[in-house]
Structure formats: structure tokens, C-alpha cells
Design a protein around this ligand. Structure first.
Ligand code: V07
Length: 270
């Protein structure tokens, strides 16, 4: 049967104002939020050196310079928190000369760049088992934390001698101890409670996790914290990672959160 009002309806439908804008304009209109917390697994330093027939430590040194560059870019982009996986609890298994060199890097980095970080209002923080590191490393790191404690710009968190499982094991032990002592009721153990027993208790969860150098694994990094994090992988080696790569990752994040957005507001807030 023919609908007598069909043409009226079509006329009405055609008159309905429709605004179509290209992607770029849409981005400008909505001013998409950039990820507040970006975490990075800085992989590929050894491979970078090997490609140039250099010793692995040359790659680590170059990677250290990239840390400085990307910190400044993140600060400029108004990222609130940047977490960098600098040394994992598994890294102790590497050859002694490499471990020694790696653990000298915080001191080297801060000796060169701390004044500039202070200038840029960056706040340095650390997660991980600092007490197991060489005294001179601890001293340099603690001094940087102290001297930047009042800064209000980018929070730069170094994961140093950090492991996600060890962090969870420690949290379970502390929770058990508090339950046993009567300081914690089993009924009160929930997501929020557990998060408060982790090394990241005063930091938000990452919105975006980047891993360089082509490996598609998490490798024991922030296991609890990345439950809702967007993941972005690139083949680029960490010493070659630049502002354009960080922007590409942020772009991908924004496109995904826009697609995801309206339907899952609650979920994407987490
Ligand atoms: C390290 C350079 C980046 C690539 C990954 C491995 C080598 C900066 C630091 C650092 C750590 C703490 C701190 C200030 C700087 C660092 C290690 C390795 C162990 F307070 N880069 N970097 N620490 N690499």
C-alpha cells in the first residue's frame, strides 16, 4: 500500500538541517581531550645500537636523550602524567656491565637535565624498589624528587626496578597483614582498596600505553593499572621516537575515544 504522506515525509526529511563536517573540523569543534596519563615501554635501545654496530650501552645513552625530548613534548601538549618504564625487576638478569651502566643513567640524566626540568615546572616521581638500587642512584633520584616536589607541571614518573606482579604480591601481603591486625575488614577489600595498596596509589591509571620497537607484550608493566588503558604499538625504536610519533599515538587515542565516546561514557571515564 502506498503511503499518502510519503512525499510530505520526504520533503520534511530533506528540509531537516544536517551538519556534516570533515574529521579535522570535528576535532577542532569538540576539542578532544588529550590523554591525561601516558605510559611508555621504551624498548629497542639495544637494537638501535646493534644496527649501527655500537655497544648496547650506546643505545641506552641515546634512549636517555629521547626521554628528555619526549618529556618536553608531553609537557608542551599538556599531558598531566608521563610514566616511563626505565628498569624492570627482570633487567637484573642482563650482563653486569649493562646493568651497571643502566643504573648509572638516572644520575647521569638528572645531572644533565634536572635544572631544565625544574625550569619547566616538571615534578619527578618514582615507582619501584628504590632501596635495592646503588646508593648513588638513590641519592640522585631522592634529591630530584625533593627538589621538584612543589612543581605543578607535568608529573614525570620513572618506573625504576619496577615489576607489576611483585607490586601485586606486596599489596596482597600488606592487605593480609592489615586484615590480621584488625586494621582492615575483608568486606572492605574492593577495587579502590586494592589500588590504594599499590605503588601507584597517588597516581591515576594510564589512559594510553605506548610500546616501541615492535614487541606486542605488556612485560609485567602496570598490570592492575592498565585494565581500561588504550594500547598503541609501533615498530619505531625508542631512540628514534620523536614528537611526530607521540602525536600519532595521541591522535589514534583521540579517534578511538571519539568512536567509543557517547555509547560508553561511564566506561571510558574509568
Ligand atoms: C634509562 C634510557 C631510556 C631508555 C630505556 C633504558 C635506558 C632515564 C632514566 C631516569 C630514571 C630515573 C630518574 C631519572 C632518569 C633512566 C634507567 C634507564 C635505569 F629519576 N633514562 N633511563 N633510568 N634508559
Amino acid at each position: 500500500m502506498e503511503d499518502p504522506f510519503m512525499f510530505e515525509k520526504i520533503k520534511f526529511w530533506k528540509k531537516t538541517p544536517s551538519v556534516t563536517v570533515d574529521d579535522e573540523t570535528y576535532d577542532q569543534i569538540t576539542k578532544l581531550p588529550i590523554p591525561e596519563h601516558i605510559a611508555i615501554i621504551m624498548d629497542g635501545n639495544g637494537r638501535w645500537a646493534k644496527k649501527r654496530a655500537l655497544p648496547r650501552i650506546a643505545g641506552h645513552h641515546e634512549g636517555m636523550k629521547t626521554v628528555k625530548k619526549i618529556t618536553m613534548v608531553a609537557n608542551k601538549l599538556n599531558v598531566k602524567t608521563l610514566t616511563l618504564y626505565a628498569f624492570s625487576t627482570e633487567n637484573w638478569k642482563r650482563p653486569k656491565n649493562e646493568v651497571d651502566y643502566l643504573l648509572g643513567l638516572p644520575e647521569k640524566f638528572l645531572g644533565t637535565y634536572l635544572p631544565e626540568l625544574i625550569e619547566e615546572n616538571v615534578k619527578v616521581c618514582v615507582i619501584g624498589y628504590l632501596d635495592d638500587l646503588p646508593q648513588s642512584t638513590q641519592r640522585a633520584v631522592r634529591k630530584a624528587i625533593e627538589e621538584t616536589a612543589q612543581n605543578t607541571g607535568l608529573q614525570l614518573i620513572f618506573a625504576l626496578n619496577y615489576g607489576g606482579r611483585a607490586e601485586i604480591v606486596d599489596a596482597v601481603r600488606s592487605i593480609s597483614r592489615d586484615v590480621k591486625n584488625g586494621d582492615l575488614n575483608i568486606q572492605n577489600i574492593d577495587d579502590t582498596c586494592i589500588a590504594n595498596y599499590l605503588m601507584t596509589k597517588s597516581h591515576p591509571d594510564p589512559d594510553l600505553l605506548i610500546r616501541t620497537s615492535g614487541e606486542l607484550r605488556i612485560s609485567n608493566f602496570m598490570l592492575w593499572q592498565i585494565a581500561y588503558t588504550e594500547l598503541w604499538f609501533t615498530d619505531v625504536l625508542w631512540p628514534d621516537f620523536s614528537e611526530s610519533h607521540l602525536r600519532a599515538a595521541v591522535d589514534a587515542y583521540q579517534k578511538r575515544s571519539r568512536r567509543y565516546g557517547a555509547l560508553h561514557v561511564e566506561e571510558s571515564k574509568k
